[in-house]
Design a protein around this ligand. Structure first.
Ligand code: HEC
Ligand code: HEC
Length: 349
């Protein structure tokens, strides 16, 4: 093993070494990170053809680049991304709505959406305790939080944004996301077979045309957008996800989550609350993306997330196998969200 790592380093890429080690680690939930297999050709960069795109219920139309906050096809400059439904959320702090191009901070609303619901390949800051969000951004600043998977480029990018944020911006962004209610976003389906998918930057999309088909689910959770075109092309912040999980996973997960499974782990309810919607500054973990949750469990296990509060998760994650992560995250995702109605306006929140 040592020799392999040495060769990888000689080849000039620490990545190869780390990935090779993880590939050999049977706990590694590859399905949660969605790193495309080696040799997958990069998709050609999509270009804006000037066409105005629309969504049912939205007053405004946007082009492909406007949706992504890209100034044009050829410069990397960033502007505020589209806000399809301004009535769905309170007014955003500047850093959330626009980011700051001069400091390389991309608008939080691009990846996490203006409503903070986020996507399976990033995270869902909506409805988390403010103190918890501040702690995460500070941990990223202080090199206490990264991804155990070095090839997960968007998490590494997230860390650079946190490093460039001022303490005031951290407070503002945390206060904003903490105000938003967490509502149902992931639908769990127990199944033996799943659509064949490809990973695009960690987001799984069903294959189309001649490549479309199904395959056995195996020991994986496969999370796909409910409406792939809405999520991928339009970045519709009202369009959620489907999580395909193996048959029986939710029941097995329930045992681990509520009892700790005879000493395998510690019952999550002890610290995350009976309903798993969070307790004090401990975040809610119910009804959230199973891929995201599994990445965190593995990141805690590997020590990529550490620090005073994060270390409470160390023992919890220490003995979890890939199967355990499948079962735990399937059960957690199947639970009800704290609120079932979507945010409509500041007045009746
Ligand atoms: C390029 C996409 C992208 C942008 C832009 C972005 N993030 Fe993130 N964010 C991520 C990813 C990816 C993760 C971590 C996912 C993982 O490690 O599994 C993350 C994680 C987080 C978390 C941790 C959530 C949790 O549950 O612990 C917070 C908080 C957060 N981001 C806040 C922000 C804020 C504030 C901004 C704007 C300054 C921002 N993000 C901009 C991609 C992004
Ligand atoms: C001893 C207390 C304790 C127990 C038991 C516990 N947790 Fe946690 N958990 C925490 C704390 C504290 C944090 C916040 C860490 C931080 O602030 O960095 C956390 C954070 C997390 C996160 C990160 C959430 C996010 O948004 O990034 C996940 C996922 C998680 N726990 C899952 C679980 C699961 C699953 C179980 C049960 C198998 C569990 N926890 C049991 C204390 C606990």
């Amino acid at each position: 093993m040592k020799r392999l790592l040495g060769i990888a380093l000689l080849m000039g890429s620490a990545f190869v070494g780390v990935s090779a080690l993880q590939a050999a680690d049977s706990n590694y939930p590859a399905w949660a990170y969605g790193v495309p297999p080696a040799g997958t050709p990069a998709a050609p960069p999509a270009r804006d053809d000037g066409k105005m795109l629309s969504l049912p219920g939205a007053d405004k139309q946007f082009t492909f680049n406007q949706i992504r906050g890209r100034k044009d096809n050829d410069t990397p400059a960033r502007v505020a991304p589209a806000d399809w439904f301004p009535g769905d959320h309170p007014s955003m702090p500047k850093i959330v709505a626009e980011g700051d191009d001069s400091r390389g901070i991309v608008a939080c609303s691009l990846c996490h959406y203006p409503n903070g619901k986020g996507r399976s390949e990033n995270a869902s800051p909506a409805g988390l305790p403010k103190e918890y969000i501040v702690r995460q951004l500070q941990n990223m600043k202080n090199d206490q939080r990264a991804s155990a998977e070095r090839r997960k480029a968007n998490t590494q990018a997230m860390v650079t944004f946190a490093k460039s944020m001022t303490d005031q911006e951290i407070e503002q962004a945390a206060a904003y996301f903490a105000t938003l209610k967490w509502t149902s976003w992931v639908k769990v389906v127990e199944t033996d077979t799943v659509p064949k998918t490809r990973s695009q930057g960690g987001l799984f999309l069903p294959l189309e045309g001649a490549q479309a088909g199904t395959e056995p689910i195996g020991a994986r959770v496969i999370e796909v957008p409910e409406k792939p075109n809405d999520t991928e092309t339009l970045r519709n912040p009202r369009s959620g996800f489907i999580a395909y999980v193996p048959k029986g996973a939710t029941e097995k997960g329930k045992q681990l989550v509520t009892t700790g499974g005879n000493g395998k782990t510690i019952a999550c309810t002890v610290c995350h609350g009976d309903d798993l919607h969070g307790l004090g500054s401990v975040p809610g973990i119910a009804a959230r993306s199973p891929s995201y949750i599994a990445r965190q469990l593995y990141d805690f296990q590997q020590g990529a997330r550490h620090g005073d509060m994060a270390d409470l998760m160390k023992k919890v994650a220490a003995n979890l196998t890939n199967d355990d992560m499948v079962n735990i995250t399937a059960y957690l995702a199947s639970l009800p969200a704290p609120a079932t109605v979507a945010y409509t306006s500041t007045a009746n929140r």
